[in-house]
Design a protein around this ligand. Structure first.
Ligand SMILES: NC(=O)c1ccc[n+]([C@@H]2O[C@H](COP(=O)([O-])OP(=O)(O)OC[C@H]3O[C@@H](n4cnc5c(N)ncnc54)[C@H](OP(=O)(O)O)[C@@H]3O)[C@@H](O)[C@H]2O)c1
Length: 318
């Protein structure tokens, strides 16, 4: 029976999103895919023939994930590359290897992330969540973008989160140097940055048929919650309908990413925020859906781009 794509929603799974698609012409790069949503995203795309490169910082963990994907899909065209997003040097090294080894790329999925960690910094002194989740992917995307542009068409998917509703980007203090550190405000800032980054990427690249999307996957139990404490789980529960944690399976959680990367119905679109395999409305009030207006503000997106170029010391001719 054919899948009814117009019925996609919160329970839609990755396999339903790729049902009937032939992805054998596509090359995909996914960050942080040694487990969680990234590994499931890689599996679903590989199951329809895509050529996939995943990045990881723990190569042993990544090898186990890739072996399982190869075994379950029969697709051997899956490679692992070492990448530490908390190090500009690691990202630059990866970027050089990437453009040396690849002429084109169809889909970049900026998936890796950390959430609500204790205050800390990346190797280059940036607040850990903003540095890893945004600045790392900002630099990476700029370095591999020439292969997307050379391809003649492509998509970029940034994993954001409903957590973006927690806070805007503080352009004058992204590193919490002049305010008290709050782990959820830091996650919110970083995840808002992921949306703004997609908005500005789309503005800069759409003339060359490379489109960018931001995604909220849902709430899924993965290793992302490793820094959460009992009170954090209780706060999460208090925002959910009675008796429900509102949790998704990993296959349903990764579905919106796979949808953003492959859905034919998104052709010609970009610079938008997706959730539950659909386009989310701009909403400044809801705590359970939608994207905040500050996260899709084109002027803020431009300002964040300029700030990010300054912080990483790298400008991009995009
Ligand atoms: N799960 C949810 O409910 C949820 C909700 C909203 C948004 N998201 C977003 O979805 C994305 C994937 O999350 P997930 O749930 O799949 O979490 P996960 O299982 O913890 O996966 C995160 C991945 O990012 C990698 N990573 C973390 N820090 C890194 C660094 N400094 N350099 C390179 N890689 C790094 C991790 O590598 P290691 O294995 O080495 O740690 C892991 O592969 C994240 O961006 C997250 O913010 C998730």
């Amino acid at each position: 029976m054919d899948i009814d794509r117009s019925a996609f929603g919160p329970d839609t799974t990755t396999d339903e999103v790729v049902d009937g698609l032939d992805l054998s012409d596509l090359s995909v790069l996914i960050t942080g895919a040694s487990g969680g949503l990234g590994a499931e995203t890689a599996r679903a795309l590989a199951s329809k023939g895509a050529s996939v490169v995943i990045t990881a910082r723990d190569l042993t963990k990544a090898s186990a994930a890739v072996d399982a994907i190869k075994a379950s899909t029969g697709n051997d065209d899956i490679e692992i590359e070492q990448l530490e997003l908390g190090s500009l040097a690691s990202i630059r090294g990866f970027g050089e290897r990437w453009v040396d080894g690849h002429e084109t790329l169809d889909i970049l999925i900026n998936n890796a992330g950390v959430m609500a960690c204790p205050q800390g910094t990346t190797d280059d002194g940036f607040e850990r969540q903003f540095g890893t989740n945004h600045l790392g992917h900002f630099l990476l995307t700029g370095l591999v973008a020439p292969t997307l542009v050379a391809n003649g068409s492509g998509r970029i998917v940034n994993l954001s989160s409903r957590g973006h509703q927690r806070d805007d980007v503080h352009l004058d203090d992204v590193n919490f140097e002049h305010r008290d550190y709050d782990k959820w405000a830091a996650y919110g800032q970083a995840k808002t940055a992921n949306v703004l980054h997609a908005v500005e990427l789309d503005r800069r690249l759409r003339d060359r048929n490379v489109r960018a999307f931001a995604v909220h996957p849902g709430t899924i139990m993965t290793d992302l919650s490793r820094h959460m404490q009992q009170q954090d789980f209780e706060a999460l529960q208090s925002r959910r309908p009675a008796g429900s944690m509102g949790l998704k399976s990993v296959a349903a959680g990764a579905a919106t990413t796979v949808y953003a990367a492959t859905a034919p119905e998104l052709d010609g679109m970009g610079g938008i925020y997706l959730e539950d395999c659909g386009i989310a409305p701009i909403d400044d009030d809801s705590q359970v859906s939608g994207v905040r207006s500050y996260a899709v503000d084109p002027e803020r997106a431009r300002q964040l781009w300029t700030l990010s170029e300054g912080l990483t010391g790298q400008t991009f001719d995009l």
